[in-house]
Design a binder for this molecule. Structure first.
Ligand code: SAH
Ligand code: SF4
Ligand code: F3S
Length: 488
């Protein structure tokens, strides 16, 4: 396997992934670019789905004779896989495009393509707004990239932003970009049918569709055979995964659930590949996560005890305006259920503060839901109005920026104290840790994570272990984001 940045600095990579969720970029690299006649450079923004899509795009481009490079100055094709989730994510992409301008001016043959959610949202308008862009491709149209590149090479700007009801790229083997060789992400569905009023995703990613279960299990098995030890199953709302194999007819007289594959069943199928393969998933929607899924998690030791369960707000009226379709009580009941069935489950969340008409009292409700749920980690955002969403059409974005900022600070401070408590409470406990590589600080230490998704750093002590191995580690110190310990 090629020695990549992530092989060398896995914790750096991890940090990049986390920052990526916040809208930062990460430019990956795969293999030896000199094997190929042409070079592409790709930078991904936004959620893990986008990073996963970039690996599909890399696979399509490899077939066309393009190898990846880390240096955009060297590239024949520069691609930005973009995110529209918040205004700031789009601004970052626009700024980034400007930094390509100089290089493109001195290298007229270089093509610049915009992929992903911003491409889908702005469509051909992108070409008018940003004259330096040659290609615009939406998330369901990556198979048409070779044709679009051809057109663009002939001097013609090209766009394909058609959304599909079927496309899952099930048959395309992703090229693992910057892989640590231990952990991988596997897309199990695309799109989203929920209409959270703040959210642009249903517009940029289209209708929800589930990928063929057999192709998912095959991909995970192949990863395991290549030495990978952890897969994360990805979807905007994994609990609504439901795949009906072709040839199976659902009629009113038979129980559909006996014919298709539910998310709980898919989890089980992946867990059964090997007890040495860890299984994670993201994201769960509080309205959809079932006891079935929780029991499946409890049954298999290799399904990690960790759930990302975005709450968004702790107030029922605001949740209703957000169209989240659950109440404060429903959310708290889900948390209770999780803790009943999986007592040591790690729990994280997403919070949006300053949503339209949110009062001070309602903001306090969010803080109290956090107090009651005690999340180990959270992604916290100020509401950012997105054009075309239900909220943008129906409600005024009426919370002043300084109020949003202050509320966000309160939320972040509270979460920091909860994270600190949660990590400190692990001191004295022993965890099974999957080794992902060297620690950032010292190559005398290993870096890995426990089942609850907490980072664990511990001394190698000259034991004959390597990345991809499991170690039992007793925790003796903690910060609010890392556990430190020693092997037992
Ligand atoms: N499908 C996932 C969320 C994907 S977007 C889910 O439903 O949980 C990731 C997070 O970005 C969301 O959970 C939400 O907290 C945040 N987000 C989405 N739209 C936003 C907006 N308009 N302003 C601020 N944050 C937003
Ligand atoms: Fe957006 Fe809601 Fe779908 Fe998540 S579930 S992607 S927040 S619409
Ligand atoms: Fe962003 Fe699109 Fe993901 S808007 S968060 S990249 S689905």
């Amino acid at each position: 396997m090629a020695e990549t940045l992530q092989n060398l600095h896995p914790e750096l990579y991890k940090k990049d992934i986390e920052e990526a969720r916040q809208g930062e970029a990460y430019a990956p690299f795969a293999g030896d670019p000199n094997e190929f006649s042409k070079k592409f450079y790709i930078e991904s923004y936004g959620c893990q789905m986008n990073f996963s899509d970039s690996e599909i795009v890399a696979s399509i481009l490899h077939e066309e004779g393009f190898g990846a490079t880390r240096n955009f100055e060297d590239a024949d094709l520069v691609l930005l896989n973009t995110c529209s989730i918040r205004e700031k994510a789009e601004q970052t992409v626009r700024n980034r495009l400007q930094s390509f301008r100089k290089v493109k001016e001195s290298k007229p043959g270089m093509l610049i393509g915009v992929l992903g959610c911003m491409a889908e949202r702005l469509k051909a308008k992108f070409l008018e707004e940003e004259k330096l862009v040659d290609i615009v491709v939406g998330p369901d149209a990556y198979r048409s990239l070779p044709g679009l590149i051809n057109e663009a090479e002939g001097g013609q700007k090209s766009v394909n932003v058609l959304l599909s009801r079927e496309e899952t790229y099930a048959d395309i083997s992703p090229v693992r970009l910057d892989s640590n060789g231990v952990t991988a992400f596997v897309s199990i569905m695309r799109g989203c049918n929920n209409m959270c009023s703040f959210c642009v995703v249903p517009f940029t990613r289209g209708r929800e569709r589930s990928r063929d279960a057999a192709s998912i299990v095959n991909e995970c098995r192949n990863l395991f055979e290549q030495g990978y030890r952890e897969v994360t199953l990805l979807g905007q709302n994994v609990d609504s995964y439901y795949f009906v194999p072709s040839g199976v007819q659902i009629d009113a007289n038979t129980d559909a659930l006996q014919q298709g594959v539910t998310f709980a069943q898919l989890l089980e199928q992946v867990a059964l590949i090997s007890p040495l393969l860890r299984v994670r998933f993201s994201t769960s929607h509080p309205k959809d996560i079932t006891d079935d899924v929780l029991h499946t998690m409890a049954k298999y030791n290799n399904i990690c005890n960790y759930i990302h369960l975005p709450v968004q707000s702790g107030n029922t009226r605001v949740l209703q305006l957000m169209n989240r379709t659950y109440t404060r009580e429903w959310y708290l009941a889900k948390v209770k259920r999780i803790r009943e069935i999986i007592p040591d489950c790690g729990l994280s969340t997403d919070v949006i503060t300053g949503f339209c008409t949110e009062t001070e009292e309602e903001h306090q409700d969010t803080l109290s839901v956090m107090e009651l749920s005690r999340f180990d980690m959270a992604y916290m955002f100020a509401y950012s109005e997105r054009p075309g969403t239900l909220a943008a059409r129906r409600f005024a974005d009426d919370i002043p920026e300084d109020v949003k900022k202050r509320r966000l600070t309160e939320i972040i401070n509270l979460q920091n104290s909860h994270s600190r408590d949660s990590y400190r409470a692990d001191i004295g406990k022993t965890f099974e840790v999957l080794i992902e590589g060297d620690s950032k600080r010292s190559d005398k230490d290993w870096y890995g994570r426990n089942s609850q998704n907490k980072v664990v750093v511990f001394a190698k002590n000259d034991r004959p272990l390597q990345k991809g191995d499991y170690a039992m580690v007793r925790i003796n110190d903690a910060t609010s984001a890392t556990l430190m310990g020693e092997m037992v």
